[in-house]
Design a protein. Structure first.
Length: 505
């Protein structure tokens, strides 16, 4: 294009130069023509003047002058004739040149316009029934804008173009907008009257789904031992709240048809799993789709996590979906003993693999040192997978009420808990404050001490308040101000004077 324009400009420049030269030649010729006419006019005037003079003057004197004048005029006329040379074909050549220039200019303008038109316009393709992505790709390559409108359509699939604003084959200027209408597919809100799939074959049901564009209605085939191949099994809507009469295209549903009974050939070789890790058996069962059952048992010879035995013999054949069982080792087990045959010390020392906790409880029915209970039954085998914590409880016999004289009142709750409550005896106490030379808060006397009592019992304990001294111990208990029930157990009846006040502590 640039070469063409350069050549066109050069030719146009040459034509302008030639036109200028032609104009200068024309002007010179016209100037010469005017000069020639003036010379002719002057010559005629001179001839007339010379004729008049010849009549009036003497011939002898004027003859040399006339001869001289004629000679100069003739010389000038000859010079003028030599200077003017008229080309008869000049006008034709000039006219032909002008027509050539005009024709070339018009042709060049048409060619430039055609090239420009071709450069700024592009031919529109037929995008109907094609994906929107293809139209956008074309528009991007050809510098055309795309304005997209969308509408539901049963005829066209989603994202397929339905119509276009510029007909196929027509031109569109680059930078302009091509309007397209694309499909959103079938209206998902439209209610679809369902048919009775039980009366249709698998192929007929699929055809109905395609015709109604029920994209959310899936065809599912599955094996069935009861229904022959191709038979209807069931129809279900995922949302149980939707009635079949209200089914819309957007609702998820499925229609099931039978693939018949599934039969597998026994062509899978069974390995010998003895001593093999459970993980390897799981991988084999998953790969071959075997319904494997795992049982557990202790073993003194097979490491924990490995296979002890299997239900099917090695090198036999098995089919997919067949059932099989293996026994997995839990490792060596520890058998729980009968702790009634052991002392508390032996129970802890003789079984280091078990976490034995020994407790003692008072009992009026079981003699001292005899086993009352154990948390795990004797003979139970425990492996590392099991909880090996075992609690054994031995009898302390009947509760024995100790002598707490000399103890401080503040220590009594702890002493009664540790000695009695923690061992199952409901032994409580009440407090009576008395005058005594002992330090305030010191236990100076007890109603009962150093003897066996019932499992539920309340003892009276007397505490010094250091208010006054008495000469005899019997006087300690005169004018006692108040009684208290303490120990955390239920209040027990206590013998006291009617004037005494009893408090729960």
């Amino acid at each position: 294009m640039s070469d063409f324009l350069s050549k066109f400009n050069k030719d146009k420049y040459d034509d302008l130069v030639n036109e200028k030269e032609d104009k200068e030649i024309k002007d010179k010729k016209e100037e010469k023509s005017v000069k020639q006419e003036k010379i002719e006019t002057q010559r005629k005037q001179e001839e007339q003047a010379s004729a008049a003079e010849s009549e009036e003057t003497v011939p002898e004197r004027n003859t040399p002058l006339k001869s001289e004048s004629n000679s100069s005029r003739s010389s000038r006329r000859q010079d003028a004739e030599e200077e003017v040379e008229i080309d008869q074909d000049y006008r034709k050549k000039k006219r032909r040149r002008m027509w050539l220039i005009i024709s070339g200019t018009v042709l060049a303008c048409v060619l430039i316009f055609f090239i420009y038109y071709m450069l700024v316009h592009v031919k529109v393709e037929n995008f109907v029934d094609k994906p929107v992505s293809e139209a956008r790709s074309w528009a991007s390559e050809n510098d055309v804008e795309v304005e997209l409108a969308q509408e539901y359509s049963m005829e066209y699939d989603a994202n397929q173009i339905i119509s276009q604003s510029v007909s196929p084959g027509e031109k569109i200027r680059k930078g302009k907008t091509l309007q397209l209408t694309s499909s959103l597919g079938a209206d998902p809100e439209e209610v679809i009257p369902l048919v009775d799939f039980s009366e249709m074959t698998h192929e007929e049901a699929q055809t109905w789904i395609d015709e109604n564009k029920a994209e959310n209605l899936q065809m599912v085939t599955e094996y069935s031992d009861d229904i022959e191949e191709g038979g209807f099994i069931q129809f279900s809507i995922r949302d149980s709240n939707i009635d079949e009469s209200e089914y819309k295209r957007k609702d998820s549903a499925a229609v099931y048809y039978s693939k018949g009974k599934e039969v597998f050939e026994k062509n899978i070789n069974i390995p010998d799993f003895a001593g093999v890790a459970k993980e390897e058996v799981e991988k084999w069962a998953e790969t071959n789709e075997i319904e494997m059952t795992y049982e557990e048992s202790d073993s003194d010879t097979i490491e924990a996590g490995n296979i002890i035995s299997q239900s099917e013999a090695p090198d036999e054949k098995i089919a997919k979906r067949d059932k099989m069982k293996v026994v997995v080792s839990l490792g060596e087990a520890t058998e729980v003993p009968n702790f009634g045959e052991l002392t508390p010390e032996e129970a802890v020392a003789n079984y280091p693999d078990l976490l034995v906790t020994v407790k003692h409880k008072f009992s009026t029915d079981v003699s001292y040192g005899t086993l009352i209970s154990q948390s795990v039954e004797a003979g139970t085998k425990l492996t590392d997978k099991d909880n090996k914590n075992i609690t054994v409880t031995y009898s302390e016999g009947s509760p024995y009420l100790r002598d707490f004289r000399g103890q401080l009142e503040g220590d009594l709750p702890r002493l009664f808990y540790e000695e009695y409550h923690s061992k199952g005896a409901d032994i409580n106490y009440i407090v009576k404050y008395v005058d005594s030379p002992e330090v305030k808060g010191t236990v100076v006397d007890m109603g009962v001490f150093n003897e066996f009592v019932r499992m539920t019992y309340t003892v009276e304990i007397r505490i010094s308040n250091n208010a006054s001294a008495a000469p005899n111990p019997s006087d300690y208990f005169e004018d006692a101000p108040e009684d208290y029930v303490v120990g955390g157990g239920p209040e027990q009846p206590v013998e006291s004077d009617e004037s005494d006040e009893v408090y729960e502590k």
